[in-house]
Ligand binder design. Structure first.
Ligand code: GLY
Ligand code: MN
Ligand code: MN
Length: 466
């Protein structure tokens, strides 16, 4: 592991901005992550530092925490020195004080001193700002320090801090954009290797192994569990046991997290054999047209929700052409009929986290006080709705997913019968799904595709399979 990611000035500047945003209003407590056991204490999942801790303190090391006192400006990194047993079994590290110095912090204390800081602040009636914990270990620590139940930790989460962190992390700096380009480049290489290795008879898990190999060889890893499947209609399946058969398609949704912990998130859908069937081609074109339309709309000032709805309308227009849908496309989308085919959202923020900052809460990352997330089927799964700004990095990932269970359920209810041709749809029951996904930076005037171009037209994809 790299101890610290960028130059120390980057972190000092980021913390200064955070202090300015919060103003003189108590202390900010940020927790790093610890190792998480897989099946017994010493056998852990690969370590992943908390992204917000990385953003402000850059130290890719277990068992650290930090406090920023917004009234005095004091910054403290908390951590314990390694024991001789730690050094014997897992190796040595610089001292906590040396590590803190790498990110511009001069004060360090043992971990158990946090309790003292938190209590002192609470007794003095000062605010202690915390973010929502997503790991049980950190929730337990917070409950202990605040002397509340695990469930009540939630009441101490600071919306002010959440908003301040998101406002900063959501705008990617040139340094970060560079890392995103690298991460997406590795992701492109993973996709190319997977697409080229695909052939009838190969198992899904063999393709997953290839994706991992490319990521590891670039000193990265997968940023999320690979979705490499012949059952592309299952949005986030992690089952890899199927044998690929000619005539079927593979949906490959994979992304590398690079050594600086920025990640890509790409999807391609391609034939197991050399070419798509005509039915597959037709629906692939529908998805690609929707995607291209969405991309053409990317620019500051437009709500992503509106791009999502425009992409949905394009899908419906295409689905009408192949007789799967009928009626007025705009009315179909307004009614929600397209969700028979596209049950999720068009995309999400991307950065150090695949769903960037989702731990801080979708209402704040993807929406605003004036634009709330909707609760209806379809829009409830749109993670990003807010107006775009230059510096955002996001995914565009339309799809068509034919889910037999959904067909049966809605047909029995006669749901959307004015818009869906159920008789035709029944002949597509085994079609599976298509998703195409790329990653974009919002620029002052439009958007920029991150990473190397990854073939996506029918002809280009078939070219790779030749
Ligand atoms: N790879 C997960 C997603 O596209 O949201
Ligand atoms: Mn995605
Ligand atoms: Mn994806």
């Amino acid at each position: 592991m790299k101890l610290q990611l960028f130059d120390k000035q980057v972190y000092t500047d980021r913390r200064n901005i955070l202090k300015q945003t919060i103003g003189q209003d108590g202390i900010i407590l940020l927790l790093g992550n610890e190792d998480s056991s897989m099946n017994y204490k010493d056998n852990c999942y690969p370590f992943r530092q908390d992204s917000t801790f990385l953003y402000y303190f850059g130290l890719d090391v277990q068992n650290l925490a930090a406090i920023i006192d917004t009234d005095t400006g004091e910054e403290v990194v908390f951590g314990n020195e390694l024991t001789i047993d730690d050094i014997i079994w897992t190796g040595t590290l610089p001292t906590v004080h040396e590590m803190a110095g790498l990110v511009g912090v001069t004060q360090t204390k043992p971990l158990d001193q946090i309790l003292h800081y938190v209590h002192k602040a609470l007794i003095a009636g000062r605010k202690v700002h915390i973010l929502p914990p997503y790991r049980p270990e950190n929730r337990i620590k917070l409950a202990t320090w605040f002397n509340v139940s695990l469930a009540d930790v939630q009441d101490h989460v600071s919306v002010k801090l959440i908003k301040a962190v998101i406002a900063q992390r959501v705008i990617k700096t040139p340094l970060e954009i560079q890392e995103m380009e690298k991460a997406v480049d590795i992701s492109v290489d993973m996709q190319l290797a997977v697409i080229k290795a695909t052939r009838p008879g190969i198992k899904e898990y063999e393709l997953v192994a290839i994706a991992n190999e490319v990521a590891l060889a670039a000193n990265g890893r997968l940023g999320y569990g690979a979705i490499i499947t012949t059952h592309g209609q299952t949005l986030h399946t992690h089952y890899y046991g199927n044998i690929l058969q000619d005539g079927n398609m593979v949906l490959s949704d994979i992304g590398a997290e690079n050594d600086m912990h920025y990640g890509g998130d790409l999807t391609r859908t391609f034939p197991v054999g050399r070419s798509f069937t005509s039915k597959q081609k037709e629906l692939y074109e529908v998805v690609l047209n929707s995607m291209n339309h969405a991309i053409s709309l990317l620019k500051p000032g437009i709500r992503y929700k509106d791009i999502h709805l425009a992409a949905c309308q394009k899908l419906v227009e295409g689905l009408k052409q192949v007789n799967l849908m009928k009626g007025d496309a705009a009315e179909a989308v307004a009614a929600g009929a397209h969700t028979m085919f596209f049950q999720c959202g068009l995309g999400h923020m991307l950065g150090m986290d695949t769903h960037d900052m989702e731990d801080l809460g979708e209402p704040y990352v993807g929406y605003t006080d004036t634009l709330k997330k909707e609760t209806v089927f379809g829009l409830k799964s749109l993670r990003l709705g807010r107006e775009l700004e230059a510096g955002y990095i996001l995914t565009v990932e339309p799809g068509i997913y034919i889910i037999p269970e959904l067909i049966d359920r809605w047909k029995a209810e006669n749901k959307y019968a004015d818009f869906i041709n159920y008789d035709v749809l029944n002949t597509y029951r085994d079609f599976s799904g298509i998703r195409i996904e790329d990653n974009f930076l919002i620029t002052d005037t439009g958007s920029h595709l991150l990473g190397k171009y990854l073939p996506k037209t029918l002809k280009e994809i078939e070219g790779l399979r030749g």
